[in-house]
Design a protein around this ligand. Sequence first.
Ligand SMILES: C[S@@+](CC[C@H](N)C(=O)[O-])C[C@H]1O[C@@H](n2cnc3c(N)ncnc32)[C@H](O)[C@@H]1O
Length: 228
Amino acid sequence: MYAYSQTSGNDVFYGVMPALDRYVDKKYFVINRIVWVYDSSGVQPKSKFGSLYEPILMITHSASTDYTFNYQDIMVEAKTGAERKLIDYRKTPPQPYNAMKIPGNVWEFNRVRYKMNEYENHPSQKPEALLERILLTSSNKNEIVLDPFSGSFTTSAVAIRLGRKAVGIDINPDYYEIGLRRTGIALQNGGKLLYQDKSRKTRNKSKSDHYSNFDQMELNSIADDSAR
Ligand SMILES: C[S@@+](CC[C@H](N)C(=O)[O-])C[C@H]1O[C@@H](n2cnc3c(N)ncnc32)[C@H](O)[C@@H]1O
């Protein structure tokens, strides 16, 4: 089982996540506290440090519960900092150290950005790469993956792509429709065509907002001239 904050970065620090962690710690067994870190091109506060991570809890029912951990499917490059391959002299004959390792508990994945193909119109969409690591590690092909707070249905979409079965739930009918399309179940719902809504989540201005119609005409004519 995995649990992560459903809210913004600040809540992670001050409220929701510590409370969830304490609650879960009493009732279940926490195997790992994982930190998902990301960069941000977004507006950061000027009076404090910006929030650039989200915690994830990896949980089983109890310390003796068996669980799936397919570490061989999620190996990453071991960065030793050395330019030459380090040699393991404990072995006979000596051999280069294994260049791959199991990831640590700090995971770096970009947040989903407007320009990315996977972008959906949901305020807290998780990246597919993050869910891919979780699902490859903790599930096997043909097993059922449940996400009861599916949002943009990233979990279900990735689960299906990886050959798992998926059950996804969301209270919001708009998000349910994203789920229908993203999982390939349906491309329409009650006669309504389901398409990928690429509306921006932010009201920040983009490049095109800085061009007046006049500027745009100028740019078009420069482009025309250079094409001649
Ligand atoms: C943080 S989002 C999940 C984002 C998701 N992981 C993704 O990649 O898009 C949480 C979702 O839970 C849904 N939700 C909130 N309360 C719910 C409830 N009682 N039952 C089902 N869904 C709920 C919200 O509509 C929201 O889309």
